[in-house]
Design a binder for this molecule. Sequence first.
Ligand code: GTQ
Length: 351
Amino acid sequence: MSLSKLTAENQSRMQQLYQRMGQEHLLPLWELLAGLVTPEPQSPARVYKWSFDSMRHYLLEAGGLITAEQAERRVLILENPDMPGSSAIVPSLYAGLQLVLPGEIAPSHRHSQSALRFVLEGEGAFTALNGEKAVMSQFDLVLTPSWQWHDHGNETEQHMIWLDGLDIPAVRSFDAAFAERLDEKAHKETQPPGDTLKRYGKNMRPFSGSAADTRPVHQPLFHYPYQDWMQSLRGVAEGSEIDPHLGHALEFINPATGGSVMPIISAHVRLLPAGFETKTRQSSDGSVATVVSGHGEARIGDKILKIGPRDIFTIPSWKELQLRADSELVLFIYSDKGAQEKLGLYREKCS
Ligand code: GTQ
């Protein structure tokens, strides 16, 4: 609304009113409504791409200056350039690039924020969840769900770098952030490495309620190895018709619910055969994507990004997305779709 609809006298009185009530932190909705209740999302996040080589260079330099233990977590935050001070990559989500050097331990803690790790470089380092190590390979997905103890370690000769995806900004918006540090450096080992995959990884579980039923009922799995998800995605790509808007796409699920991997964060992978171009699609979830393999182009709103291996880029809410694969393109994407679906907010539009 513009004050020009009012008489000159009322305009001037209104200005004075704003001045006085503003001192008591009261604002006129009629000036702000159009910006608050928009016909569709007007994301404050910029479409932006970080190149892996550049991030890796800075991260390794930091690795020579501070240990994982000193830092608690040695991570470079990918902050959206249009959201300075937010530590957010899109409004609800956080992204970081974490380095664990040979022999290091990032000490055990737990927090209300949920996290995923997607390995970009290295082999054999681990995340331990409640004392069970998930030994990781490149492009594995590992979860550290809300309020579960986790430490990271590396008993190999090579460093490991992974993408951290957390719901820090979403949890902050609810003012529901809690965290605790464990007194010992690392949680004591509770299960042998890989135990959960054996017990829960093949659509089975230990007899319910037995002593062998070690994982929380609501979140049994936490390791989704590359070998497994790629085999499924490859199988789908070889045997099924392709979705014109998505390419071949498989979502990681929490087997306890059939829904998103964690309450707020969803994750999925896509495969686009060489030469394939998707039709335009919009979705209301804010997304972070990384390239597992291949080269191509992402048109996101009015931006065009050239994308290649291990680049990380944003797909803000409701931006028109069109992907083109110059060679076979495999992407890993996480977003806040899990939360939006639960809250009845999620929408998509295909054209
Ligand atoms: O590894 O627990 O990038 O707590 C940010 C916060 C990683 C972690 C981050 C964290 C972690």
